[in-house]
Design a protein around this ligand. Structure first.
Ligand SMILES: [Zn+2]
Length: 237
């Protein structure tokens, strides 16, 4: 990182980070710790090898397609240049701040409206399974597990398994990633601790039913083995 200046063609900018690079050996450990904490890289304690995680790679892909200058030491150098200009009184601190804020705002907008995230095969945020409608990956979102095709402009796909619904809410339950994985494989899941209108607890088995417009959980009581009679039948043998 200290030698990052060598990668800059512009002599004036190169001069700007000469001697400082884009970070020093003193800040390196902290940066690695933060990247690991945020799960962008993983560190193999035995071999000391650092590898990017799928989220780290996805982030790199998104940034390189939307704000590529953020991956270049040239940007740090130009920021340093701006700071020097403030120091020398050539531009005001508030002007510098406005430029920085504009850059951040524009970059965030560009990332937000980017279609990189929905590019099939390009970004993999640990797929949960395959979409029954279009075969693309299903990934976990905040409120549900959805097809990566949802933002695809040409072949959009809105398939989603919502994490919660009125029935699950009666037992304060929601669909976990493990459950979604099973549902996508066509297996049934059992959710216990649901409450009937009378307040009685019960367990129910659900399978995924998708009509091409809406994906819903289909409940079937008979798939749940009542525990007592199950034991009885075993011991009576
Ligand atoms: Zn789909």
């Amino acid at each position: 990182m200290e030698g990052a200046g060598k990668l800059i063609d512009d002599a004036e900018l190169r001069e700007q980070i000469k001697g400082s690079g884009i970070g020093t050996s003193a800040t390196r450990a902290e940066i690695i710790t933060k990247l690991e904490h945020d799960k962008y890289i993983s560190l193999n304690k035995k071999t000391q090898l650092i590898t990017p995680t799928s989220i780290g790679e996805a982030l790199f892909d998104i940034v390189s397609e939307t704000v590529p200058q953020m991956l270049s030491p040239k940007m740090t150098a130009s920021w340093e240049k701006g700071l020097s200009q403030v120091e020398r009184g050539e531009i005001s601190a508030s002007r510098y701040r406005t430029i920085m804020e504009d850059f951040v705002r524009k970059s965030v907008d560009r990332i937000k409206t980017s279609s990189t995230v929905s590019m099939p095969g390009k970004v993999e945020i640990a797929p949960i399974g395959k979409c029954p409608r279009c075969g693309r990956d299903v990934i976990e979102g905040r409120k549900g597990f959805g097809c990566v095709g949802y933002r695809d402009k040409e072949k959009p796909c809105s398939f989603t398994i919502w994490k919660s619904n009125a029935l699950l809410a009666t037992g304060h339950k929601s669909i976990s990633a493990a459950m979604a994985r099973k549902l996508l494989k066509g297996e049934s899941i059992t959710v216990s601790g649901l409450r009937s209108k009378a307040g009685k607890p019960y367990a129910a088995a659900f399978t995924l039913k998708d009509d091409g417009q809406n994906a819903s959980l289909e409940m079937s009581f008979d798939q749940v083995k009542p525990r007592r009679s199950y034991r009885k039948s075993k011991t009576s043998k």
